[in-house]
Every structure is written in C-alpha cells, then in structure tokens.
Design a protein around this ligand. Structure first.
Ligand code: IPE
Ligand code: IPE
Ligand code: MG
Length: 259
C-alpha cells in the first residue's frame, strides 16, 4: 500500500514513496511515545453538512492509517485521546455513537492489528463505560497481549485531573498502611501511581483542528513533551502530516532545563 503513495519531492525534485520517506525519517531518532489529541471530527462533518457522527466515523479510518505508519516508523507507543471525562456532556446520540466506535473499529481492524504485531491498551475510567464498549476493548487487549510491536493506547473516558487526584488517594492509602514512606515519595514514584505507569512520558504531542489547548490531557506527563499543533481536522490528517510532525520534532532541541 505504501509504495503506491507518492507524496514527497526530494532535493533532486524526484518524487519519493512513503516507504522511502519512512526510511529517511528513521535515520534520525524517532519519538518513542507520540500522543495525539484527535480533534475536529465535528467540524469536518459540519463543513460537509453531515451529522457530527459522520466525522467520528471518518476519523476512525485515520486511526487505522496512522497506527500503521507509527508502527512502520518504529514509534513504540501511540496514545490516542478518543474520549475525555468531559465528553459525556455531549448530546446522547453522539455519546452513544462514540461508545460504539471501539467495537466498530476493532471489529474491522483487530485481525490487522494482530497481524501487524500491535498491542492494544487502554487508559481511562472503565467503570462508566457501557459493557459492550468495554468488552470490545478487553477482547482486543487480550488478543494482542503477546504482541511486542507498537503499543496502541486508547485514552477513553480519560481525564488528567481525576487521574492525578486518584493517584494522590492511592499514595495516601499506601502511606497510611505503611507501604510508602513520606521520604520515598518522589516524581518517579508518583508517576507509578498514574494510569501511564507502564509508559514513558510522551516525547511528542500532536493536536489537530487548530485548538491550542490540552483539554485535560496528560497534564503531568506532558511536562517536557514537544508540542505540534496543526489546523488540519482529524479526518483530514494523513501520513504526510505525521511525517511532518516527526520531522519538526527531529529539528527541536530538547533541553529539559539544561543548556
Ligand atoms: C474529536 O472531535 C473527537 C472527540 C472529542 C470525541 P470533535 O468531536 O471534538 O470535533 P469538533 O472539535 O467538534 O470539530
Ligand atoms: C478533546 O477534544 C478530547 C478528545 C479529542 C477526545 P474536545 O473537543 O473535547 O476538547 P475541547 O472541548 O475543544 O477543549
Ligand atoms: Mg473538539
């Protein structure tokens, strides 16, 4: 599939295939953990006089494309913000559709994800999810648990402030029961109480649709992440945009407070 796509002109003005571009990008360090706030589905639909859910459906196809590319690029973890703890405020029919998307997505693409050695994970509050949504995700997690390629981590019913409060409560409990001493609590230990305990912090954050905010996403984990914003709406996001973001990342100088 990649060989057919000719999108880039190299210095000699020859077009290069996506496969060649991937090889070129992989010569420099690629971000290990990329997080994406997939935004703009509603506006994409509105522009076409379609219902908002048509935008979510279209966005799902982009998840597939971007997952494949992330895997080919050697990215280790791709965290996708799919539903926030605040998104329950939306109209009932939209929420219902969003809760059906994991089944629709995994129902179609799980065999492909298994074949491509992708591991599915989820972070977020499972308790409030409909049983059918949770079931689809848990099946995908189970069916891909022995894979060791890209980790595709869905942030579903995820909210960073709640996550931090819950982590704090667990810390207090462990302190009270003597498992954790006050002197032992540091940034690394606190991180281990978060939903991302098994992942390194994101190296690169992408947000689509022109909004320049975090919307309660990974507030602790993004402390030293490189940010890349684009006006492109999520359903219009393509391989070339991810490549562009990664090339921008490769040109950044990360200092972490040093010089
Ligand atoms: C992102 O697209 C998907 C979710 C938040 C679930 P939106 O639905 O927020 O699209 P806009 O921002 O209204 O265009
Ligand atoms: C953030 O997008 C949540 C997801 C992409 C899942 P929103 O569309 O909900 O964010 P706001 O409301 O514009 O901040
Ligand atoms: Mg939005």
């Amino acid at each position: 599939m990649f060989n057919k796509i000719r999108l880039w002109k190299n210095q000699n003005n020859n077009s290069s295939t996506l496969r060649e571009k991937i090889e070129e990008v992989r010569k420099l360090p690629v971000p290990e953990h990329v997080a994406i706030i997939m935004d703009g589905n509603g506006r994409w639909a509105k522009k076409r006089a379609l219902p908002r859910i048509a935008g979510h459906h279209e966005g799902m196809k982009v998840v597939r494309k971007i997952t494949k590319l992330a895997n080919s690029l050697g990215i280790k973890t791709l965290t996708l913000y799919a539903f926030s703890t605040e998104n329950w405020k939306r109209p009932k029919n939209e929420v219902e559709y969003l809760m059906k998307l994991p089944e629709e997505f995994l129902g179609t693409f799980l065999p492909e994800l298994i074949e491509e050695n992708v591991q599915v994970e989820m972070m977020g509050y499972k308790d409030q999810l409909p049983v059918h949504t949770l079931h689809a995700i848990e099946k995908a997690i189970e069916d891909t648990k022995n894979n060791d390629g890209l980790v595709l981590n869905f942030a579903l019913n995820y909210g960073s402030r709640s996550e931090i409060i819950d982590a704090t409560k667990k810390v207090l409990n462990d302190y009270k029961s003597g498992i954790l001493k006050e002197s032992e609590l540091n940034e690394e230990v606190f991180s281990s109480y978060l939903m991302t305990s098994n992942h390194k912090d994101p190296d690169l954050l992408i947000r689509t649709s022109g909004e320049i905010r975090l919307s309660n996403f990974m507030l602790w984990q993004l402390a030293y992440t490189e940010f890349w914003f684009t006006d492109v709406l999520w359903p219009d996001f393509r391989e070339k945009h991810l490549i562009e973001a990664i090339e921008a990342f490769q040109n950044r100088q990360r200092r972490f407070g040093g010089i």
